[in-house]
Design a protein around this ligand. Structure first.
Ligand code: ACO
Length: 257
């Protein structure tokens, strides 16, 4: 039985499935799609209940900004309607709570799908990490990426540090985190933080074009390629060559079965 996801709307999320494409939309534009634990829970629930036919997930934000990061009222200890206060560091469940928030991001790297962040305007803090959680990023020309956490006395803890270092390299990742500066789209492209930068009016078309190309690849082949490429950075050349052989044999033998 399909999970009941009707509560997502109250959590400020929209979730649409059209065949092999799922779209997750942050839908609190009046708050610049600021993040709350409810929204992280919603993202995790979407990940858990994704129909098996889905091969491509688009993550986008309504309004002028992709996502303005954590709802600052939570950090200030102010009430946020519909949300519990966030636990304090003295709470024994503090790390488990962070793990539950990370669950909303981790599934976007699942080998069975390709995730694409469609980013317009600001992606700050948790919003930048959400974009980093996706496999690919398409930015509009007005997009700006910012790892603001350290300026607030926080480390980025929503699975953004590894992709940031993998993509931009350690020195640049350090510089971006410890200055908290806002990276414009053209620089983001140079830093490999964006695959594509397009005018705002062309964002949807660019996402559709990318999705169409990816979905034209045989599903088992796409899964095998994503899994294989995902191992490359941690493997030696010989180890990766062995992984290629194994992957090819598995893929081709799977067709004989
Ligand atoms: N938390 C709560 N409310 C927010 C947030 C946020 N992170 N960001 C924006 N809002 C609210 C504003 O308070 C404002 O509410 P109001 O209309 O009731 O006054 C509304 O959204 C619109 O915000 P503006 O600042 O007017 O919008 P603008 O488009 O000019 O600027 C921007 C957008 C750049 C995103 C700005 O709002 C901003 O800097 N927000 C804070 C970003 C931030 O520091 N996030 C924390 C990152 S760290 C982390 O995520 C762990």
């Amino acid at each position: 039985m399909a999970a009941d996801l009707t509560w997502l709307e109250d959590a400020g999320l929209k979730f649409d499935v059209d065949g092999a494409v799922a779209t997750v939309t942050l839908a609190r534009p009046e708050r610049r799609n600021a993040m709350t634990p409810g929204r992280w829970r919603g993202l995790a629930a979407i990940g858990r209940s994704l129909p098996p036919a889905v091969r491509l997930v688009v993550v986008r934000g309504d309004g002028p900004a992709f996502c303005a990061g954590i709802d600052l009222r939570l950090l200030a200890g102010e009430p946020v309607p519909g949300e519990q206060p966030i636990p304090g560091p003295g709470d024994p469940g503090f790390e488990d709570w962070i793990a539950s928030c990370q669950e909303g991001f981790g599934w976007l790297r699942d080998p069975s799908l390709v995730s694409v962040a469609a980013v317009q305007g600001h992606a700050i803090g948790a919003g930048f990490q959400l974009a980093l959680a996706c496999d690919l990023r398409i930015l509009t020309e007005d997009a700006r990426l910012c790892m603001r956490e350290p300026t607030l006395g926080l480390v980025p803890d929503l699975m953004g540090t590894k992709p940031l270092v993998d993509l931009a390299g350690l020195p640049r990742a350090l510089e971006l985190c410890l200055t908290g500066r806002s990276v414009p789209a053209t620089e983001a492209r140079t830093l490999r933080l964006a695959e594509l930068v397009v005018p705002g009016s062309e964002l949807d078309a660019a996402v559709t074009e990318l999705a169409t190309a990816i979905l034209a690849i045989d599903p088992a082949t796409a899964r095998a390629v994503k899994r294989l490429l995902g191992q490359a950075a941690a493997n030696s050349l010989a180890g990766q060559a062995a992984a290629e052989r194994r992957s090819q044999a598995e893929l081709q033998r799977g067709r004989l079965a």
